[in-house]
Ligand binder design. Structure first.
Ligand code: SF4
Length: 80
């Protein structure tokens, strides 16, 4: 499972931080930070989701009010 986080879209509501600890709070920037991610294109950060964190990652994506987080299964299908 893979997660994508669009930092440009993020408005810093921090619901994701409460759902998965890979999302950290950058209060100065008013944006979340996705730990251990790579910046794939400008402002878009991606990383693999460990098996034991899949539920948390999906909850984080669902919690985001502006859909800045998307989750894809191993076939590349978007699941959240
Ligand atoms: S829930 Fe969405 S808007 Fe809020 S900090 Fe996380 S990514 Fe940003």
């Amino acid at each position: 499972m893979r997660i994508e986080y669009d930092r440009d879209t993020c408005i810093g509501m921090f619901q994701c931080v409460a759902e998965w600890d890979a999302f950290e709070r950058d209060s100065d920037a008013g944006k979340a930070v996705l730990a251990d991610s790579e910046e794939r294109t400008e402002g878009t950060f991606v990383r693999e989701v460990p098996d034991d964190a899949e539920l948390d990652a999906k909850f984080a994506a669902r919690a985001c009010p502006v859909d800045a987080i998307a989750v894809y299964d191993d076939d590349g299908e978007q699941v959240v």
